[in-house]
Write a protein that binds this ligand. Structure first.
Ligand SMILES: N[C@@H](CCC(=O)N[C@@H](CS)C(=O)NCC(=O)O)C(=O)O
Length: 226
């Protein structure tokens, strides 16, 4: 009855954030995937979602949309300290970092669409893309230095801030974007997390495909070779 409605995991960066949060805290919820960019996608989403977008949490008679709001809903459901850091100062900074991701990095998001299972050429390094990368390098390194004791994640122990940056980590790998030092070590730790490896394995087996190219994004299609 309780459902987390998601886009296909390989492409839907907003979906994998609350999915990872739900997985980390063991939220008992059925995962339902609506593949993106197919002719029927918008109509299917309109039936259940006020924004015709994913992710969406349907819990009893309650419907929660927006990845950040769903994350906060799960944080209230889960024991304290499971989703956000227990320490109030670290918790405030973790929320700021997640909100910065939710509202920002437009160039990285538009030039490097998430495509977990693929490897694409590095795009032209425009000043705007370089600025997004520099901010991420600085943010991850400084969070690791200030809060990273006690574990390999941004705040040491895993938190929702890591869920919000998970699609960014995969983009750095997919597009061979530069990262150094503590930020590179952090990305490596995220990619080695068993919960990410399970998510990646699922993304790899999804039968839905979208192509990204110089002319933009293709419609969704089923690969006849699958
Ligand atoms: N601000 C929203 C963004 C949600 C969003 O843009 N989702 C995309 C997929 S990642 C979507 O549902 N697009 C609708 C479509 O492709 O038809 C959130 O954080 O949840």
């Amino acid at each position: 009855m309780n459902r987390l409605i998601l886009g296909n995991l390989n492409y839907s960066s907003w979906s994998i954030r609350p999915l990872m949060v739900a997985c980390k805290v063991g939220l008992p919820v059925e995962e339902v995937i609506v593949p993106l960019d197919f002719p029927e996608t918008t109509a299917r989403l309109r039936e259940i979602s006020p924004t015709a977008k994913v992710p969406l949490l349907i819990w009893g008679d309650q419907t929660v949309w927006e990845s950040l709001a769903i994350t906060e809903w799960i944080a209230e459901w889960a024991p304290t300290g499971e989703v956000w850091p227990e320490d109030p100062h670290a918790r405030a900074i973790a929320r700021a970092a997640a909100s910065e991701m939710h509202a920002g990095f437009p160039e990285l998001r538009s030039k490097c669409a998430m495509d977990i299972r693929a490897r694409h050429p590095t795009p032209d390094m425009t000043p705007a893309l370089a600025a997004d990368i520099a901010r991420i390098q600085d943010l991850w390194s400084s969070l690791r230095a200030k809060f990273g004791h006690g574990g390999p994640f941004l705040f040491g122990k895993w938190s929702a801030a890591d869920a919000f940056y998970l699609p960014v980590v995969t983009r750095f790998r997919t597009y061979s974007l530069p990262l150094t030092g503590a930020a590179a070590d952090y990305a490596e730790a995220v990619l080695a997390d068993p919960d990410f490896l399970a998510l990646e394995a699922q993304a790899k087996t999804e039968p839905w495909w979208i192509n990204y190219g110089p002319d933009g994004r293709s419609s969704g299609y089923l690969n006849p070779e699958d």
